[in-house]
Structure formats: C-alpha cells, structure tokens
Design a protein around this ligand. Sequence first.
Ligand code: SAM
Length: 280
Amino acid sequence: MLSYRHSYHAGNHADVLKHIVLTLCIESLKEKEKPFLYLDTHSGAGRYLLKSEHAEKTGEYLSGINLLWQQPDLPKQLDTYLSILQRYNPFDTLKYYPGSPLIAKQLLREQDKLNLTELHPTDYPLLRQEFNKDKRARVLREDGFAQLKSKLPPESRRGLILIDPSYEIKDDYQKIPAAINEAYKRFATGVYLIWYPVVSRTQTQRMIDGIVNLGIKRISQFELALKPDNNQKGMTASGMIVINPPWKLHEQMQSIMPWLKEKLDTEKTGNFTIKELVSE
Ligand code: SAM
C-alpha cells in the first residue's frame, strides 16, 4: 500500500538539489547528437500545484524553491533549471513545480526517449495525462526497480537513469545496491542518479557503502544538509549519488553548492559535501 504522495514535498530543498543535478546531467548528454534514454524509475505525478492543500500543509517548498525563485545572483549553471521553472510559471508567481519527468520532457530532444514508471493509483493517471501527446515517452504503471532489468541496456546505448524512491518502504534502502548491481551489469556506461534522504545517518550510510562496495568505478556524492545529523524524526539532509558523472559535473557543483547552502541554510546549521567516493 503506497501512502507517500510527492505533492506534500514538491519543490523542497531536496527536490531543488536533485533537479539541479538532473538538469546538468541531461544537458551534458545533449552535447552529443546521438539519442539517449531517460529512465525514471519513480516518476511521481509530474506537475505539482504549490497552492494545493498538500503543499500548503507542509509548506516545504517555502524553504526550497521559493527561496531561490527570482534570486538576482543566480549562478549561470542554474540557467536551464530556472528556465524550466519559468516555462511552467510564466507570470512571475510561483504556482507549479515541475517534477523530474516534466524537467526531462522539456529538455529532451526529438530523437531521445523517456521511460517513466509510477505505481500510485492517483499519481499514475496524472503523469500519463502529461505525456498523452508525447511520442517519445512510455508511461507505465509498473515497478520502477524492474525496469532496471527489462529496459537496460537501451537500444541507443546511451542513457540517464534516475532512481528516486520515497523510502517509505524501508526495504528501498536495501534494494538499491542490488538493483544497481543488476543494472550496471547490463549497462555499465549509463549515468545513474540515485537520490537519498538522511533521516537516520546509519541507514543511509549503509546504503551508500552497499553501492560503493559493488566494485563500480566513478561514483560521486553531492549532499546538502540543513541540520546536523540527529535521531529525531524528519529529514536533516539529502543527496545524490552519481555513477559515471559527466566530466563537468564536479566543477559545476563546486560553484553551485556554496551558493545553494547560503540561500537555503537560513539557520546556518548545515553544510554541504562534494565527494568522489570511487575514482577511475
Ligand atoms: N522523481 C519524482 C520527482 O523528482 O519529481 C518524485 C518521485 S517520489 C520521491 C517517489 C514516487 O515513487 C512516488 O510517487 C511513489 O508513488 C512512487 N513509487 C513507490 N514505489 C514505486 C515503485 N516500486 N515503482 C514505481 N514507483 C514507485
């Protein structure tokens, strides 16, 4: 039974970090004409109304995208991310937040393909609706982890894979290293993005160690913490593990992360991490 709805969390600080990394990686893949597959294992509904009952209830976007929106000193590396937000919010007020499938929809080219999976009975039809005229996309109500076996390697032999579970099922932490192992055996040259929350540092670190111990080369980590680790309820930090990061990503994140921390860490209790977990 799935109870998680991303509509409560869309546009929070974790989404901002995740979607910045996603945008930069998509733009890097587009430097070559050859098509690629965008595989989004946990897609969500696609579009989120920020004045909805759900978003207003948590108010999470207020300490996320709302703080960045229309900042005068945005780093130029965020131009593409911001241009997508502007596309969904043409009238200067922040009304909608585009989730990962809509970011990809805007950035991918005619020759690229999208494979999107979402299991939630309410969110799946919403996602499907967003893509009903898009011939590049397959939108499936299927298990996202299973796609890592059935859809890889892509025909084009180029791909970006976003693995973004809600971790509402604690199993997700254990499933991820094994799922990546399977995917990587099939498609070792793909760019893999794995989002993670820090609620319990021990649990998250166990998952990251599980990925690092797979013997895969070229793994990076980008994390933004707004609070120090603690054992209370709630997310203190979130991050992205990137396998096969595009060559410019570290340099881009070196200029983005200090700025992002400055804008989002309003209580000055956080920090950020940029790490190469496994090198060449
Ligand atoms: N990737 C989205 C974004 O960035 O906009 C947010 C995704 S949200 C964190 C996780 C989603 O995964 C939820 O909508 C949930 O219903 C869905 N989900 C949970 N388990 C799933 C599974 N095994 N396969 C596919 N979707 C699943």
